[in-house]
Design a protein around this ligand. Sequence first.
Ligand code: DQA
Length: 155
Amino acid sequence: MRIEIMHGVNLDQLGRRDPAHYGSLTLAELERSIADAAADLGVEPRFFQTNHEGEFVEHLHGLRGDVDGVVLNPGAWTHYSYAIRDALELTGLPAVEVHLSDVDAREPFRRVSVISDLCLARIAGRGPLGYRDGLLALAQRLEQGAERTGEMAAR
Ligand code: DQA
């Protein structure tokens, strides 16, 4: 099971951003902790980060066929990028939206997500653990899907 973990704008600055919201891990440290969680779950992670919206969109375009699902934290793009929403929809892949901070308890604009209805789950305010939750949700969904396909093939 291959899962793409995508970080958007300003997430390369983790470690310098407000620790009250984002904790103190750098992006490299966060990705190491996600890789450890993935190993525990038997999932193969792949990582991507960019500060350029078009690159994020084009990366989504290329995912289909390469991975089985996607965990994404688009950062501020979450709240307004219909381009990312359309590209995520195009992937046809199961997705989970993750935020380190508790976006629902912050400024009103952060409560808006233009991607959440395309995602299996929206996980916020759990810090790095949110990514583990996201991987688990995807792994469970993909296993259910595989079982169903297996049942159909056996019929
Ligand atoms: C974020 C929340 C967003 O509102 C913010 O713009 C980010 C990070 C989070 O992980 O909590 O850059 O997605």
